[in-house]
Design a protein around this ligand. Structure first.
Ligand SMILES: [Zn+2]
Length: 71
């Protein structure tokens, strides 16, 4: 697996004029439009089921007066 990932757009200004930069030890890119340098870092793969997780510890929690609606 390649360690490099090429961004298509600058995350700051959205321009496409990016060029790789060797500053910072690789994986760095420079935007020619806004003169920003940034680095992409691969953090890892998501665990199965991590994407679109809907944490709902209490699905039966009906809206009650505990939220300060009616005393
Ligand atoms: Zn930019």
């Amino acid at each position: 697996m390649s360690e490099r990932a090429a961004p298509f757009y600058c995350p700051y200004c959205g321009d496409e004029d990016l060029r790789p930069s060797e500053e910072g030890g690789g994986g760095s890119w420079e935007c020619r439009a806004c003169s920003r340098a940034f680095r992409l870092k691969f953090l890892g793969l998501l665990a199965p089921g991590a994407a679109g997780s809907t944490p709902s510890p209490s699905p039966s929690a009906a809206p009650s007066a505990s939220d300060g609606g009616t005393p």
